[in-house]
Design a protein around this ligand. Structure first.
Ligand code: GCU
Length: 607
């Protein structure tokens, strides 16, 4: 066997030894090296760079062929046969979806390979290095210097791999295969009402840590005792054994010397007499520092309590009415997936201008800027797992996929005071397999994080067959903390005047949210309130719906669908939709429609 193949055999062996690591906590505040920018790319609809002609994955073969794209092979001499060359290809920007960067990729669903090169020197001997992806939609295979680091499934949550033993001082090549094909057994499944943006859609960073570093922590107010801060710190150390650390919250005069167990774990239980609680009026964030002998990790954490009491949602033991709006993750400043702080700032400023104290981040985890800004701006947040419509409830790997994506969302955002609701799903059918699936997901979530509330966007039904009385007839309503449902009376269900004829019969003694209502309108199209697609029709839908909502005393808030018009391949009505869902209160050009001001007035008058 030639030296070349021997090397390949070694690489192949190494590829099996890497799997995804525990998610690094608070990369947001760590010192990192950005790998954002121009990446070379190869469009590979037949996955020719991944499978041989027998459809066997190259990276699972003892001797991957040189034609395997992850090797970034170069011709050995003039006679050598190679049919790809990353370095001669065009660039895609990372972060960013490919659909809106290249016209030829607008509708593309398949594999695109990305390559980035970089040099790297450790700043201290013994340090460790991780590559951290904030998101890639939908499935990513990641390789560094020809070694497979691992696979990530799910288009909206972060993942990282340790590369300490693989990275070199010069000429590292990071290659990522991203495949955004929709899958029947995927999460979400084949059909959604949003654009299937593919690519490395958020930031990519190198994170250097000390040999023993702060891998994770959960620091929140004890849900059972608002004068106690509780949680844990997890140190990751190559060498087993107890680790010493300091937990500092200077504004609370806390400076705890802690010693972990043999696995690097230590629980936190700190009684605190006086706490400045995080609130809508005063979204105060405490400086938190976790110091080990080798590094300090800093964060800003708000302490608040969130619970339900009968039909009320209690924030810091006071009832709160959720004046919300639903939001998709699209940039209001440029086309395509949102990912930047400026995108998040614009969206949340519009929400504030609307009079919101709450946003529903639909239908999947948004980028971290959204929750970090919500923490600072005093906006409550509903975050959602992309268990959307009719997924493969009977498929165990589909459940594991949903649970893993939810665990990654909780891992990333569990220290964010603004996040008060974990939503399990959206508009899923009330069938036995779904009920088992969602009950399991809810139990898993409560075990991971008992400091927040659980909900899901359910569907409403006629009460005992009477279409003028609506109710929630869904066993999952017994499981959730907050009963939420979508309703489209006046749009999909009659016309807006129908709202006058409807009463609601909701028997659960729980807070109730309406997670969606709305109507489509083309910005600038005017007519009578009876002409669908006009701003006047949408405006009237809001007038009628808000009057109906005001008649239902159990409702503790709502998040109309939706802040901004968004792309959807389902919406093809010429001259009106043209590939956009028009239920936004703001057009994709940033222009407010008449209904925006109806909702704004309602929120202003709502105490
Ligand atoms: C559904 C769904 C949304 C969709 C909306 C609509 O309720 O939850 O994702 O975009 O209705 O039809 O516009």
């Amino acid at each position: 066997m030639s030296k070349h193949f021997l090397l390949l055999a070694l690489i192949a062996w190494a590829t099996s030894s890497y799997s995804q690591d525990h998610l690094l906590q608070n990369v947001y505040n760590r010192t990192t090296i950005s790998l954002n920018g121009d990446w070379k790319y190869i469009v590979d609809p037949y996955e020719n760079g991944y499978y041989n002609y027998r459809y066997e994955p190259f990276d699972q073969q003892p001797t991957p062929w040189a034609s395997a794209f992850f090797l970034d092979s170069k011709p050995k001499d003039a006679s050598d046969l190679l049919e790809y060359d990353f370095d001669k290809m065009d660039n895609l920007k990372v972060p960013g979806d490919w659909n809106t960067q290249k016209e030829s990729l607008y509708y593309y669903e398949g594999t695109v390979w990305y390559k980035q090169s970089f040099d790297f020197d450790f700043s201290a001997k013994g340090n460790r290095l991780f590559v951290y992806f904030e998101a890639a939609n939908y499935q990513a295979e990641v390789y560094l210097n020809g070694t497979k680091l691992g696979t990530h499934i799910g288009g909206f949550t972060p993942f990282n791999f340790e590369v300490t033993d693989i990275v070199k001082a010069q000429d590292n090549f990071l290659i990522v295969k991203v495949d955004n094909k929709r899958l029947k057994d995927g999460v979400p499944t084949l059909n959604t009402d949003w654009w299937n943006y593919g690519g490395i859609t958020r930031d990519v960073k190198l994170v250097e840590t000390a040999a023993a570093f702060v891998e994770d922590y959960f620091i929140q107010l004890d849900p059972q005792d608002t004068k106690k801060i509780k949680g844990y710190v997890q140190i990751n150390s190559k060498d087993a054994g107890a680790q010493k650390l300091q937990l500092k919250l200077p504004d609370l005069e806390i400076n705890q010397q802690l010693t972990t167990d043999q696995d690097g774990y230590v629980a936190i239980n700190i009684p605190v007499e006086e706490i400045r609680y995080w609130s809508l009026e005063d979204p105060f964030l405490y400086n938190v520092a976790i110091e080990t002998a080798q590094e300090t990790v800093k964060d800003q954490i708000g302490f608040r309590s969130i619970r339900t009491e009968g039909t009320q949602i209690m924030l810091n033991n006071k009832p709160v009415y959720l004046k919300g709006i639903s939001i998709h993750e699209e940039s209001p400043l440029r086309d395509g997936r949102g990912y930047a702080k400026e995108d998040a700032t614009q969206l949340l400023e519009w929400a504030k201008e609307l009079g919101c104290n709450y946003v529903r981040l639909a239908h999947y985890p948004h980028n971290e800027h959204m929750v970090r800004l919500a923490d600072q701006m005093g906006i409550l947040v509903w975050e959602e797992n992309p268990v959307y419509w009719t997924i493969s409830w009977d498929n165990e790997s589909t459940y594991q996929n949903a649970e893993t994506q939810l665990s990654e969302l909780i891992a990333r955002d569990k220290n964010r005071a603004s996040v008060i609701i974990w939503s399990m799903a959206n508009e899923t059918p009330n069938v036995p397999a779904r009920n088992v699936f969602l009950n399991k997901l809810a139990a898993y979530t409560r075990a991971k994080d008992n400091t927040r509330l659980i909900s899901a966007a359910l569907e409403q039904k006629n009460y005992r067959g009477d279409p003028t009385i609506r109710t929630i007839d869904d066993p999952f309503a017994e499981v959730v903390d907050i009963l939420s449902f979508n309703q489209y009376i006046g749009w999909y269900d009659g016309l807006p005047e129908k709202c006058k004829t409807i009463t609601w019969k909701i028997e659960e003694d729980k807070p109730v949210l309406i997670s969606e209502f709305g109507a489509g309108a083309k910005k600038g199209l005017h007519g009578t309130k009876d002409e669908r697609w006009t701003e006047e029709f949408q405006e009237n839908l809001y007038v009628e719906t808000l009057q109906m909502i005001d008649r239902v005393d159990k409702i503790q808030g709502f998040s109309p669908w939706i802040l901004v018009d968004f792309r959807s391949p389902r919406r093809v009505l010429p001259a009106i939709q043209d590939g956009w869902n028009r239920k936004g209160l703001i057009s994709e050009e940033g222009e407010k429609k008449k209904a925006f001001f109806v909702l704004q007035a309602f929120y202003r008058n709502k105490n």
